[in-house]
Write a protein that binds this ligand. Structure first.
Ligand SMILES: Nc1ncnc2c1ncn2[C@@H]1O[C@H](COP(=O)(O)OP(=O)(O)OP(=O)(O)O)[C@@H](O)[C@H]1O
Ligand SMILES: Nc1ncnc2c1ncn2[C@@H]1O[C@H](COP(=O)(O)OP(=O)(O)OP(=O)(O)O)[C@@H](O)[C@H]1O
Ligand SMILES: [Mg+2]
Ligand SMILES: [Mg+2]
Lengths: 228, 228
């Protein structure tokens, strides 16, 4: 369902310095894949995730999403993909500072045109699934780091997307809460959805079926999870 | 050197709901301690760290820092503690968005009145120690999550404080980079400094000599690291 070839993302910093965040990436993701992307800090994982989520465009290379060239899509098609087909959990959460938890989680449903009573109900359910049922009126600065991370996760899942891209979803969570979130992802995977997560923790990665390792903007290895 | 007793931090959210972020904490930290604070998401770890770092005041209870009551200190004394005695690594980094890495790291030296050439040199050294020597002119949005985390770490260390408070310092780092940062903390500890870190990862916690576990705003256990 995702086919990217020869993807490069270059940042030109003047003075003849170019940062090669992605330096030639070929990757195919299939329906119902469960992928863990790993690699050193700065190796290009978030940049790759932003490409896959249609949130950023490559400097070179091609991206076919469900058989169609993303570079040829208009704004409406792209918005539909980002809002309804893909659920994205950002490494730095990207929550609205002045909105409550419930409002933050309900935002994708607003863009999807869901009526008010229905979206508040769906947002409430999503909050309960990540253990934040008693935090729905808190704003982000009234939440702990791990609670903010869970708001970002609930928001990504509320539109029931079939592809979930999660960038370090358990980075701020203790082991028990982290495993509760992973149980949620496992369940979504068993329902037929596609899960791609970036993580640096081996026991979190172990839930996935396929390991992709990045190094200096390139894919170093792409293999079946040896522990399954 | 740090003596807190019966510390409570309560948030009043109206409608007769009170969040008890810290619910009666007694704690003594000694010179050259190496402490790992652990506990579930939302259990009060960051709130406790903010108390210890004199960045927030308790609702009830007392805090003696090096024998003096923090509640009796004036703004100058508190500023001196926060800027020179304690180095604080925030869970959400708190970097200046419009400033470069070097400028962000050099900030505590500006407040300490260090002259320009000397602080740029010290900031450069601090950046190299966390592996960011080639990222000094990047702004935060031009850095990866783990790189931003390392800017926050370099900034906390640049004034050579004797007490380091680090809230999830390796949450966004792969294992290898995380161990490089822990080697840095181990070295600082061996030089006589006091290290207090919040972490949810067992192998990171294992560098510490003393484990404190929080649960629902209270200390559940406080023991020597059984693995040492
Ligand atoms: N300004 C606030 N108003 C209301 N509640 C708050 C506020 N700040 C924090 N809290 C609550 O206090 C509790 C403790 O928060 P804290 O940030 O200390 O947790 P933590 O242990 O650091 O969690 P994490 O591991 O997720 O970072 C949380 O349940 C949080 O919702
Ligand atoms: N706007 C930008 N300008 C210049 N360089 C950038 C920019 N954005 C990212 N980079 C660089 O691209 C590289 C890859 O960044 P990316 O965020 O993808 O890394 P990552 O693998 O997610 O790292 P981490 O594990 O630390 O989150 C980094 O070295 C970073 O400094
Ligand atoms: Mg990243
Ligand atoms: Mg915290």
């Amino acid at each position: 369902i995702i086919d990217i070839s020869r993807i490069e993302k270059l940042y030109d910093l003047g003075k003849a310095v170019t940062v090669r965040a992605l330096d030639g990436v070929d990757l195919k993701i299939y329906n119902n894949d469960y992928v863990a992307i790993m690699g050193p800090s700065g190796s290009g994982k978030s940049t790759l995730m932003n490409m896959l989520g249609c949130l950023d465009t490559p400097t070179f290379g091609q991206y076919f999403f469900e058989g169609e060239d993303v570079a040829e899509m208009d704004d409406n098609e792209l918005a539909f993909i980002r809002n309804q087909k893909i659920g994205f959990v950002f490494q730095s959460f990207n929550l609205l500072a002045r909105a409550s938890t419930l409002r933050n989680v309900e935002l994708p449903l607003v863009y999807a045109g869901i009526p008010k009573w229905e979206r508040q109900e769906k947002a409430q359910v999503a909050c309960e699934k990540v253990g934040l049922g008693d935090r729905i009126s808190h704003k982000p600065n009234e939440l702990s780091g791990g609670q903010r991370q869970r708001v970002a996760i609930a928001r990504a899942l509320v539109n029931e997307p079939s592809i979930i891209l999660a960038d370090e979803p358990t980075g701020n969570l203790d082991s028990k809460t982290g495993e509760e979130i992973m149980a949620l992802f496992d369940e979504l995977h068993s329902q037929g959805n596609t899960i791609i997560l970036v993580t640096h923790e081996e026991n979190i990665a172990n839930h996935a079926h396929r390991f992709i390792r990045l190094m200096d903007g390139k894919i170093e290895s792409d293999e079946v999870n040896p522990n399954r």
